[in-house]
Design a protein. Structure first.
Lengths: 291, 215
């Protein structure tokens, strides 16, 4: 039970039951209306769902899925590297290294990702004459933005460790690079792993922006199929199928993040030195997650 | 510099479009998120299940897909004919509400149960418990991340430009038609967003520092 409600007595129980019935009715009415509209607009007729059976279209969608996953994989690896490099830069003791790193990270976090992708794709091609393909525009845009967010996550992870950890390591005579690689980073990455995976979900979701610069990923092919007159212009059925594909991919990755989070929490509780602070961890993750 | 000065009107109207979209969507998403959060913490199982399902699905949907639905698929349903601006607002509200809901819900959950129990033991009614005990404490942990969500919303308004041109992200198309340097034009758009986002980020950091509660 949440903090707001007490254990219900008999009167509250009837009230909750009444609310439950009313809520069910209201939700059923909404779903019913949507389904009625879909049926009235002819979206359940076999004609607009026929395309699923065609082999060429299945291959087209598989190819689109491959393009989405390819962009995601390359962008994820590059953002992790970018994030690690710039987190190291921000944590450096030398101002000439940490100041520019901070400025770059803050800059790319403040600019909308779509504008970044437009700059890379339209700006560089038409303004500076540098040819860059849609694939690389999407991947580099994702790398710059998500890499900056990841740099912030890595840094927050290192900063959240107890001071005693680095003090003890220095006390043992380790150099700063050793303190970082042997003591701080392993703990920070472990603590922040759920947040890092959540950020990778954002990378996967944002590959859909490629649609807007005509990178042939899932949404692009959905638009193409949806405008085919000889298939009955099935934009809604196609959108539903594509949505199912995207949502199930992201849910899989999110559930991995949730699983890891539960695991880290479980082990934290056993450690008597660090009292479990679930809400603080959760707020930290919500703070780090960018919609 | 010429690109900016020659097209000051274009930049002005486009950023005004961005701000309009942001304000409407921000208010809408706050209301929607509050409703969803009320459902998610409510003692009624059906509403709780709906809230959880909505948040889980929408958080794992690309915003571009939500826009795709409202831009191309919604008109086919022929419910009510809406302008693109309204549909863009709806797409942003549907998407951002889920994130607002999560922030509010976890903020309410940071308040220890003992606080509400103590206030009930003192004879406070539900309304009094909510307004005098739980909310003042929850608000402190809600507002900083909520500002973050709204900053993200401001940046997400650019996606509307991919589907129509009334907004700051769409400036490059006009400039390109008139033969201006698109790279410089887009860099000015980026500067415009920096001007909008940086004050909000600074505000958010300040709130986070001064409002953080030691528990």
């Amino acid at each position: 039970m949440t903090v707001l409600y007490d254990v219900p007595g008999p009167r509250a129980r009837t009230r909750y039951r009444l609310l439950g019935v009313l809520g069910t009715l209201a939700l059923l009415a909404i779903f019913g209306f949507v389904i009625y509209r879909l049926a009235a607009a002819g979206q359940f007729s076999p004609r607009v769902w026929e395309w699923i059976q065609y082999k060429a279209i299945q291959l087209l969608l598989l190819d689109a899925l491959w393009n989405t996953l390819r962009a995601f994989a390359v962008a994820a690896v590059l953002s992790l590297i970018f994030g690690a490099v710039f987190a190291a830069g921000r944590l450096s003791d030398h101002a000439w290294l940490s100041r520019p790193a901070t400025a770059i990270v803050e800059f790319f976090r403040a600019i909308p990702l779509l504008i970044l992708i437009f700059i890379l794709f339209f700006g560089l091609t038409q303004g500076a004459g540098i040819q860059i393909t849609a694939f690389w525009a999407v991947v580099l845009g994702l790398m710059l933005y998500n890499g900056s967010v990841l740099a912030e996550i890595f840094r927050a992870g290192v900063a959240s460790l107890p001071r005693g950890q680095s003090e003890a390591a220095y006390g043992l005579g380790m150099r700063k690079s050793q303190v970082m690689t042997y003591v701080l980073l392993p703990q920070a990455v472990r603590a922040m792993l759920p947040t890092i995976i959540s950020q990778l979900v954002v990378v996967l979701k944002d590959t859909a922006l490629g649609f807007l610069i005509l990178y042939p990923e899932l949404l692009y092919q959905a638009r193409f199929l949806g405008s085919q007159g000889q298939l009955g212009s099935p934009i809604l059925p196609v959108a539903i199928v594509i949505a199912a594909i995207y949502i199930s991919m992201c849910l899989l990755l999110s559930s991995l993040a949730n699983y890891l989070e539960r695991r880290t929490r479980r082990t934290r509780r056993i450690d008597p030195a660090a009292p479990a602070d679930d809400t603080a961890i959760e707020m930290e993750q919500i703070r780090a997650a960018t919609p | 510099m010429n690109v900016l000065l020659d097209n000051l009107g274009l930049y002005g109207s486009a950023f005004l479009g961005t701000i309009e979209l942001f304000v409407v969507a921000a208010i809408g998403s706050l209301v929607g998120g509050l409703l969803l959060a009320a459902m998610r913490v409510s003692p009624v199982p059906v509403l709780r299940a709906f809230g959880t399902g909505y948040v889980n699905i929408v958080r794992n949907t690309p915003l571009t897909l939500v826009f795709f639905f409202f831009a191309f698929a919604y008109p086919r349903l022929a419910i009510v004919d809406l302008s693109f601006f309204t549909r863009a607002c709806m797409a942003l509200i549907v998407y951002t509400s889920a994130f607002v809901c999560e922030v509010i819900r976890s903020g309410v959950n940071t308040v220890p149960v003992g606080q509400a129990e103590a206030s009930r033991a003192l004879g406070f009614s539900f309304g009094q418990t909510l307004s005098a005990v739980v909310m003042p404490q929850a608000l402190r942990s809600v507002v900083p991340p909520l500002t973050n969500v709204q900053i993200a919303l401001l940046k997400n308004t650019t996606i509307a430009a991919g589907f129509s041109v009334f907004e700051a992200g769409g400036i490059y198309q006009r400039l390109s038609e008139q033969g201006y340097n698109v790279l410089i034009g887009l860099l000015w758009v980026a500067v415009g967003f920096l001007i909008l986002v940086v004050p909000l980020t600074l505000l958010q950091r300040r709130l986070e520092r001064s409002w953080s509660v030691a528990r």
